[in-house]
Design a protein around this ligand. Structure first.
Ligand SMILES: [Fe+2]
Ligand SMILES: [Fe+2]
Length: 184
């Protein structure tokens, strides 16, 4: 399989793998990630690419994902969080995406990580802004990336609790780390 080289190449590849509505969500996340990155002097093109590709594996059949999730050490009981790390694995292994920081942001968009980089945070937040479920998050992200990441983590952990679903322990560790950092 040849490696896509431009944003448009990646876009074309993605279009064939996910539904039209998720593709629209991905384009929106890409635009927002670029905008948030620009506001904080972070690499805009990398943010856009990670935003575009973050849900690359979202529509893979669960049975196909399960062995990869095992290999990656994902919580076997929470399939909803697998698609981030699996997208990063497939994009690297099958499509030659080598930028480690882009892969990291893609892998970590589902549950975050206690040691998220600023680029990880941009994509984590842009995904939630694209879903339009946290009032004021867009403006906050442009002003205060750390504050927005804390708010995004609270919203995503809160949503899991509210829906009485199992919670990923990395999401909890991420919340604790972000909270500790906010208290400093
Ligand atoms: Fe996702
Ligand atoms: Fe998403």
């Amino acid at each position: 399989m040849s490696t896509p080289s431009t944003f448009a190449d990646w876009e074309a590849l993605l279009r064939g793998r996910i539904s039209a509505s998720r593709f629209e969500h991905s384009l929106r996340a890409a635009r927002l990630a670029a905008e948030i990155a620009r506001a904080h002097d972070l690499p805009e093109e990398k943010a856009a690419l990670a935003g575009l590709l973050h849900d690359f594996a979202h529509e893979m059949p669960e049975a196909e994902m399960a062995p990869l999730a095992r290999e990656l050490g994902c919580d076997p009981d929470i399939p909803a969080v697998w698609h981030g790390p699996i997208a990063a694995l497939i994009l690297r292994r099958d499509y030659g995406l080598v930028a480690g920081d882009v892969l990291s942001a893609i892998a970590r968009h589902t549950v975050g990580a206690p040691d998220m980089t600023p680029l990880d945070e941009v994509v984590f937040v842009a995904d939630l802004v694209a879903h339009d479920i946290v009032p004021g998050l867009h403006e906050l992200a442009l002003r205060d990336l750390r504050g927005a990441t804390l708010a995004a983590s609270a919203a995503s952990v809160g949503d899991v609790l509210q829906r009485r679903r199992r919670i990923d322990l990395v999401a909890v560790r991420t919340w604790n780390a972000l909270l500790d950092r906010a208290m400093l």
